[in-house]
Design a protein around this ligand. Structure first.
Ligand code: NAP
Length: 251
């Protein structure tokens, strides 16, 4: 079967662990060169990246910045752009999840979360889409969540940040379509990563009870959907929110 992703270049955020790490591995296996965005790079990461690069004949370059730091995002993404290589794919994956009832949560904390989960994503899209517009092609995948679509008490900050990102995805699909840029969101349910392990046993049971498949996803199961959206197999998809939640019902 033809490998439609071979020799493409992708920016992936949050490659240190979880879904971002699984996507990095799957993309490398599929011959994609990667700018691996992470906050900090450790020796084990460098070893993994160079092993994957050697095994699959790709390059993987760490690019370190913190999504809370607007200047650092700007400098780092511009350093990628300065390489003057095509940027075929952007996977806006990194995010944080925390929150309680509004009565218990200072608005400053909500703003902090929005800076990472929403404004940083927009900033990266804005910078990268300029290159994609010049290329007249590109694919952007934003990591939404079913939390942005269902109403879960205590989840105001995270849920509304994901709802905002989903809205932006649908809107930007219209703005970018004339430039040949497709932009979609993936909305996972519960995925076995560090983020998901922050739930209490009771919270996890409640979520699994209303999930048809009666389990959470492995990060690789989400990465495969990202791979599909990044490929030309999804050439007629833009502004879509692909739900990957094992058949989860709302309350
Ligand atoms: N797991 C789930 O159940 C689930 C469900 C629905 C949607 N999602 C979404 O899927 C995406 C990936 O989540 P995950 O489950 O893989 O989470 P995770 O295991 O907690 O990984 C989060 C990633 O985001 C990075 N990150 C967090 N804050 C950052 C910052 N300020 N600057 C730069 N990088 C930062 C982390 O880097 P560090 O290692 O440096 O912290 C890490 O690489 C997120 O958008 C999340 O909202 C997850």
């Amino acid at each position: 079967m033809e490998n439609k992703l071979k020799d493409k270049n992708a920016i992936i955020t949050g490659t240190s662990r979880g879904i971002g790490r699984a996507t990095l591995k799957l993309f490398a296996e599929n011959g994609v060169n990667i700018w691996a965005c992470c906050r900090t790079i450790y020796t084990e990461d460098e070893e993994l990246f160079s092993n994957l690069a050697e095994e699959f004949g790709v390059w993987i370059k760490p690019v370190c910045f913190d999504l809370r730091d607007e200047d650092s995002i700007n400098t780092s993404v511009k350093s990628i752009i300065k390489e003057k290589r095509p940027i075929d794919i952007l996977v806006n994956n990194a995010a944080v999840s925390y929150g309680t009832a509004l009565s218990m949560m200072p608005v400053a904390k909500i703003k902090e979360l929005f800076n990472v989960n929403y404004f940083a994503q927009l900033q990266i899209i804005q910078l990268v889409s300029k290159v994609m517009m010049r290329q007249k092609k590109g694919v952007i995948i934003n990591m939404g969540s079913v939390s942005g679509m269902e109403v879960y008490p205590g989840n105001l900050a995270y849920g509304s940040s994901k709802a905002a990102l989903i809205y932006a995805t649908k809107l930007l699909a219209k703005e970018y379509a004339p430039y040949g840029i497709r932009i979609n969101a993936v909305a996972p349910g519960t995925v076995h990563t560090d983020m998901d392990s922050a739930r209490t046993k009771e919270q996890m049971k409640e979520v699994i009870d209303r999930t048809a498949l009666k389990r959470g996803a492995d990060p690789e199961e989400v990465a495969k959907v990202i791979r599909f959206l990044a490929s030309d197999d999804a050439s007629y998809m833009t502004g879509s929110v692909v739900v990957v939640d094992g058949g989860r019902t709302d309350f």
